[in-house]
Design a protein around this ligand. Structure first.
Ligand code: B12
Length: 212
């Protein structure tokens, strides 16, 4: 099924139309992942429009609310697509200090949980110390995920990794980082182990760390 209508109506912020299109796609048997991809394309374009000063921050906010509702609609599909039900391991996740974007992180949480991982969500604007404390009190968590959407918050990622090192906990965990502006180079320079370009890349990496 052609999911361009979802992307298009999201860009146009036609809220009712976009829900209608999502419902149609679900009924036609589209996968949760494909519906999500169509939404991500729309969100990226809204971000570009904001950058070109063709959209306001209020538009990004509205699009974010629409996406949150769509995520609630497709959550059962995404979970079912994950398959596994037994608990495979624990992951600590949060959006770094100075950054409040949480939609990307929340998609990752749905995907991890759907694939059998327990997730400790630290929320947004997370201080480095909070990551450290969570690692210290959850010795069974072998993976930490950091989300960052602002280039100005890359420094928080570096600081968080440094704080984990300073606390003597760096060897206890593998750290993955993701978010729209993140690249392999950013992951390396901030001291993370892995750049996850998508939720499913994050799931694959986590499975590898846990030997699953
Ligand atoms: C919606 C949105 C907002 C909403 C956020 C709502 C929310 N609850 O999250 C609001 C309106 C609050 C917002 C605010 C701002 N935003 Co904003 N926002 C966006 C927008 C349009 C979409 C982001 C989004 O939710 N995408 C959808 C999801 C699902 O994201 P995704 O990237 O596809 O996620 C996948 C991967 O990235 C990956 N992933 C993400 N995190 C992680 C973590 C791990 C561990 C793993 C494994 C994987 C992973 O997996 C996800 C699922 O597959 C982006 C544009 C863009 N290109 O992303 C701008 C964007 C990120 N924002 C931007 C800016 C500038 C801002 C503001 C500074 C604007 C302002 N002047 O105030 C503020 C910052 C506020 C703050 N302190 O954080 C810029 C950042 C530029 C930069 N490079 O620094 C962008 C890129 C827009 C642009 N092109 O200019 N924003």
């Amino acid at each position: 099924m052609d999911l361009n209508n979802i992307t298009h109506s999201l860009i146009e912020l036609e809220e009712d139309k976009v829900y209608e299109e999502v419902d149609k796609a679900i009924e036609a048997g589209s996968s949760g992942n494909d519906i999500l991809k169509a939404c991500q394309a729309g969100m990226a374009e809204i971000g570009n429009m904001y950058k070109r000063e063709e959209a306001f921050i209020a538009d990004m906010m509205y699009a974010g609310e629409i996406l949150r509702n769509i995520m609630n609609k497709i959550k059962p599909l995404l979970e079912k697509e994950g398959g596994k039900r037994e608990v495979l391991g624990k992951v600590i996740i949060g959006t770094v200090k100075g950054d409040i974007h949480d939609l990307g992180k929340d998609v990752v949480i749905i995907a991890l949980e759907g694939n059998g991982f327990e997730v400790l969500d630290l929320g947004v604007d997370v201080e480095p110390e909070k990551f450290v404390e969570a690692i210290r009190s959850n010795k069974d968590a072998k993976v930490v995920g950091m989300s960052v959407f602002l280039t100005s918050a890359f420094i928080s990622t570096s600081k968080t990794v440094a704080a984990i090192k300073e606390a003597g906990l760096r060897n206890n965990v593998r750290i993955m980082v993701g978010g729209a502006p993140v690249t392999d180079v950013v992951a390396k320079e901030t001291g993370c182990d892995y750049f996850a370009e998508s939720a499913s890349a994050g799931v694959t990496y986590t499975k590898t760390v846990y030997g699953k």
